[in-house]
Design a protein around this ligand. Structure first.
Ligand code: ZN
Length: 365
């Protein structure tokens, strides 16, 4: 392996390595969020050596595509950055496990993307490979978000697979999330003469009662079960130990199935909390799994036919906002992401690559 003089840091990537060894090479290229340039350079250089791909770059984001005029285009995406290193570099192998920062989240997924880019000159569907920066930090810097804003045409596809760690299960779409603040008011008074006041904290009882009585929906979309949830996540109020408080605020978080959009979600919350003063403080739409699309159906079949709904919000929603249905599927273990003892199974990496390879070379009908 070519390395920087005096260090074990590699300077180039070797796409002829197997997926596990390539993951190790990627892991040994430190790329904490904001410091992805050297790795983005190496990814770009390796892809430019492949004559069947057109390569574009924007910042530390690299996009490579085939242009074969196929009936469908699928997009495989992965982020290049990791959380801060925690004394867990360089990588090391122990039996079937590769240890090190980014092994699960998500350089094993990136390695599979690169292996597919190198080994599929003639895929059954046109392919777009997206490698982006700054996923692990504030949303404004997210490379996929910046690509979506500046070069949405680079992300055009019929179906997208985000290769985040999913334990090799297909996780479809994602829930939407909305936070609202409900403001309750009263009249301040001395606690010794409470009848002169009106206790705002007591008014929260009605809000909490509606939450306790609320029956969240479970929604089936493309065969996946999305469970909604409506919960108080913060409550604050009180002036002093001898004062009837005149204000109380309850913050409620609504996690909703992707058959609703943000406007629907807000209308629903205004109905549930009719009569109360409420304000939306945070909102992110969900994403439909799109498993009714032909490319997606074939994908689920090729990956073992098992799919579940994604709970939580991920970058798949950025694809959904562009009209591209998306799923999470990657060899890493989501429970090991961001941990000091992060590791990944080498056989899971090989299996993920094999399944995707079969999907992209098998019959498309
Ligand atoms: Zn990740």
């Amino acid at each position: 392996m070519t390395t920087l003089p005096g260090t074990s840091v590699p300077t180039r990537l070797d796409l002829t390595l197997d997926g596990g060894a390539l993951t190790a090479q990627l892991v040994d290229f430190p790329s904490v969020s904001g410091e992805e340039e050297a790795l983005a350079d190496a990814v770009e250089q390796a892809l430019r050596e492949l004559p069947h791909l057109t390569v574009q770059r924007y910042g530390n984001n690299v996009v490579a595509r085939t242009e074969l005029g196929r009936g469908e285009r699928v997009l495989l995406a992965g982020h290049l950055d990791t959380v801060p290193i925690a004394d867990n570099l360089p990588s090391r192998v122990e039996g079937d496990l590769l240890w090190g920062c980014g092994t699960s989240d998500m350089k094993s997924g990136v390695a599979v993307q690169l292996r597919l880019a190198a080994t599929l000159p003639d895929p059954n569907r046109d392919l777009t490979f997206v490698f982006y920066d700054c996923e692990e930090i504030e949303a404004a810097r997210n490379g996929l978000g910046r690509l979506a804003a500046e070069h949405p045409d680079w992300l055009a596809a019929d179906f997208a697979v985000l290769m985040e760690p999913s334990g090799a299960m297909v996780e479809g779409g994602c829930q939407g999330t909305m936070r609202i603040r409900i403001r309750l008011t009263g009249v301040r008074a001395h606690a010794a003469r409470a009848w002169l006041g009106d206790n705002a904290i007591h008014h929260a009882a009605e809000v909490l009662g509606r939450l306790a009585a609320y029956q969240p929906r479970t929604v089936l979309i493309d065969g996946l079960e999305y469970r909604e949830g409506l919960n108080a996540v913060d409550i604050r109020g009180g002036v002093a130990g001898n004062v009837i408080p005149d204000e109380c605020q309850v913050t409620v978080n609504f996690r909703y199935a992707p058959d609703r959009g943000p406007a629907d979600a807000e209308a629903h919350l205004r109905e549930v909390f009719a009569g109360f003063d409420l304000e939306v403080t945070d909102s992110a739409p969900g994403a439909l799994p799109g498993l009714d699309r032909p490319a997606a159906k074939a994908f689920v079949a090729a990956t073992g036919g098992r799919a579940r709904a994604k709970y939580g919000w991920t970058d798949v929603a950025r694809f959904s906002a562009l009209g591209v249905p998306a799923v999470n599927y990657g060899p890493g273990d989501p429970n090991l992401a961001h941990k000091r003892d992060e590791h990944c199974s080498l056989s899971a990496i090989a299996e993920c690559e094999e399944r995707l390879h079969a999907w992209l070379t098998g019959p498309t009908a």
